[in-house]
Design a binder for this molecule. Structure first.
Ligand SMILES: [Mg+2]
Length: 216
């Protein structure tokens, strides 16, 4: 039984103690809700998709199969000096439009010895209403491992954390480029140069990535 000054202090004291508890509980509930929202996010796409160019997006090597100058025949077809027709593999357009609509970062990585030819091709060939080159957030060129290309693009785009956390996928026809797995980039091998990037192998690649990295 309290008496004297304690009976006046007591009603205040518990409130003083309970209030922080209520506050903590609300905070915790809010944090849980935020965490739940995050874990319920679909994560249907990686943060960034990297595409090789030759025999991934188009059926040729631009440093050996094309003779300059190039001329746009239509928005979907380019002719070289000898009238050789150059176009993307047929599913490239719908895949790029989908990735853009989903806000996925698109990166090009090519070891071609003639980046100027590849850049011109990407400027002449259209996807939707825009030149294809406008869909790329970063284009990386040069000989050597694609580890270098992808790391550089991630740095330029301030996406090094996303790369570390497994948010990148590379589609490429050359198996030697699978070394990008060492930087936590999912590698998707396109092993049939007659079809390159198709809807089927694109989706298979996304499934591979999901199994490894998506939060469910
Ligand atoms: Mg290639």
């Amino acid at each position: 039984m309290q008496s004297g000054w304690q009976q006046y202090v007591f009603p205040v004291a518990p409130r003083f103690h309970i209030t922080p508890l209520i506050f903590s509980h609300n905070c915790y509930a809010r944090m849980r809700k935020f965490a739940d929202c995050k874990s319920m996010a679909p994560y249907e796409y990686p943060n960034a998709i990297v595409f090789d160019l030759d025999y991934t997006l188009w059926p040729l090597w631009c440093d050996t199969h094309i003779s300059m100058p190039l001329k746009a025949h239509t928005k979907r077809k380019v002719l070289d000096r000898y009238g050789t027709e150059i176009a993307f593999y047929k599913d490239v357009e719908s895949i790029f439009l989908e990735l853009e609509a989903q806000g996925v970062t698109i990166i090009g990585a090519s070891r071609t010895a003639t980046p100027r030819v590849a850049q011109e091709l990407l400027s002449l060939l259209h996807i939707g209403e825009k030149p294809a080159i406008k869909y790329f957030h970063s284009l990386q060129w040069g000989q050597g491992s694609k580890i270098k290309h992808i790391s550089k693009a991630a740095k330029e785009l301030r996406m090094t954390n996303e790369l570390k956390q497994g948010g990148f996928v590379l589609y490429d026809d050359e198996y030697r480029n699978s070394d990008v797995k060492s930087i936590n980039c999912t590698f998707v091998h396109l092993d049939d140069e007659s079809i390159g990037l198709t809807r089927t192998n694109f989706e298979k690649g996304i499934e591979t990535w999901k199994r490894k990295h998506a939060v469910t």
